[in-house]
Design a protein around this ligand. Structure first.
Ligand SMILES: Cc1cc2nc3c(=O)[nH]c(=O)nc-3n(C[C@H](O)[C@H](O)[C@H](O)COP(=O)(O)O)c2cc1C
Ligand code: SF4
Ligand code: SF4
Length: 424
């Protein structure tokens, strides 16, 4: 069995799957359940000091949409869109002292850990909440610099606003880090094109890691009733978001080089593997546990284990960032890629019954003949779209332009004939 332990922000997790701050971690019972089902760590739902955000949770609304924008009833498929609005824990922060103590003791006894997630409307509030949680014995904090909803509260400049600005992020991070001895993870927002800068500001100000990232804010419409779903804008996420998350994980991994916990878009173990290969050391799962039930959690962990075993990896740490390190990112790297040309295996090609690739080549490099497809290596740019779409594996690419030209010559007549016929 592959070793699933991973060192993250200075603590060792028994596995890299963390339950994200959300409804599955909003009470003692729910947190203990996450631990029972094998969570490497559990991040509490945000403990905050903004009354509106406590009230908002009492007015929570959730809708699950399908890829046609309709409400999903029954079993939730992989392609879900989770559209929802909720705030922080609805109890006053002080009520969480006993909850954190009890759940941390339970976590410790079961090889897991509690990460307390906090948010405040004032700098002093951030400091007090951080100290309160540290005094409860939790080994790590996550600071919620990304929640979109306080923006509508008119009470403070917290949540999403902090993670949109590297300078504000630096000030708040430094104040929290200086107030406590435990590691601090800064949770970022995807609602900025400066995410990497913000991540760097957090790390330079003493954060142990960053959470990349939370959800987007969206607006979903029921076209039958001409009404917005759940009365207006809301947080939106789902597995569709994972490629955007991975873009940021890859960028932060390469440019900041810090510990990252990936969040936003994990459905199953495959996504978790993609996140870790992109550069996340730990992964957070939230929505999918709400929609598939807590029993989904061990499936993610066991699926990862199985993948590692099947592929001969001895430990999960060995796949961390392996895909990111292979990525080409700069223009000179991209321009240095050797040109390739299309080769068609006419025994496998089903033309004229199939013409999927010819419709997709916008470089005039796949011409339809009478019986065969003719390639044109002189105009082919080697984009590999045809290779990727052919359902019959009839296309390969070669770096040898001469052989590509030669191999197609015998079909040239066939093409010319067609052209002439078409002209007549
Ligand atoms: C219903 C719901 C409630 C959430 N509540 C919080 C919260 O209290 N604090 C927080 O930092 N993030 C919160 N989040 C964001 C999640 O922690 C997580 O970052 C996000 O949902 C993306 O991960 P996912 O695709 O696994 O759901 C919430 C998300 C959802 C869907
Ligand atoms: S590789 Fe691109 S340009 Fe070349 S034939 Fe295929 S689709 Fe056309
Ligand atoms: S997609 Fe494949 S099978 Fe279809 S025409 Fe192109 S090469 Fe032939």
């Amino acid at each position: 069995m592959a070793d699933m332990r991973i060192e993250f922000s200075g603590i060792t997790l028994k596995n890299p799957i963390i339950v994200a701050s959300a409804e599955p971690s909003n009470s003692v019972e729910n947190i203990k359940q996450c631990i029972d089902y094998g969570a490497g760590a559990v991040i509490t739902k945000t403990i905050g000091d903004i009354p509106g955000m406590q009230q908002l949770t009492k007015n929570s609304k959730y809708a699950i949409l399908n890829d046609q924008g309709r409400i999903i009833k029954g079993k939730v498929p992989r392609s879900f869109i989770f559209y929802s609005r909720s705030g922080y824990v609805s109890e006053p922060a002080a009520d969480w002292i006993s909850i954190l103590k009890e759940t941390q003791a339970y976590a410790e006894a079961n090889g897991s850990a509690i990460i307390a997630n906090i948010a405040s409307g004032t700098l002093q509030g951030w400091i007090e909440l951080a100290k309160m949680c540290e005094d409860c014995g939790v080994p790590m904090l996550e600071v919620n610099f990304q929640c979109p909803h306080p923006a509508g509260m008119g009470e403070s400049a917290d949540g999403i606003w902090i993670a949109q600005d590297p300078d504000v992020t630096a000030v708040v991070t430094r104040a929290i880090v200086e107030a406590v001895d435990i590691p601090v993870m800064v949770k970022l927002s995807p609602e900025t094109n400066r995410l990497t800068e913000v991540a760097k500001a957090a790390i330079d100000s003493g954060a142990a890691s960053v959470g990349v990232n939370s959800r987007f804010v969206g607006f979903a419409v029921d076209i039958e009733t001409a009404q917005p779903y759940i009365d207006g804008p809301a947080g939106v996420g789902g597995p569709w978001a994972k490629y955007i998350t991975q873009r940021w994980i890859n960028e932060v991994y390469r440019e900041v080089g810090c510990h990252i916990s990936g969040s936003n878009g994990i459905f199953d173990w495959r996504d978790a593997i993609e996140f870790i290969m992109s550069g996340a050391r730990a992964m957070q799962v939230g929505s999918v546990l709400m929609l598939k039930g807590i029993e989904w959690l061990p499936k993610v962990i066991e699926g990862m284990e199985r993948f590692l075993d099947d592929h001969g990896y001895t430990d999960v740490a060995s796949i961390h960032g392996i895909a990111s390190r292979k990525a080409l990112t700069t223009a000179p790297e991209l321009f240095a890629v050797e040109p390739v040309y299309t080769l068609i295996d006419h025994d496998k090609c089903k033309f004229p019954k199939c013409n999927i690739c010819t419709r997709m080549c916008f470089y005039d490099s796949l011409k339809e003949g009478k019986d065969y497809i003719q390639t044109a290596p002189d105009t082919c740019i080697g984009c590999e779209l045809c290779l990727n779409v052919c359902p019959f594996d009839a296309i390969t690419m070669t770096t040898d332009k001469e052989s590509a030209l030669k191999s197609q010559q015998k079909f040239a007549e066939n093409t010319v004939e067609t052209t002439v016929q078409a002209a007549q």
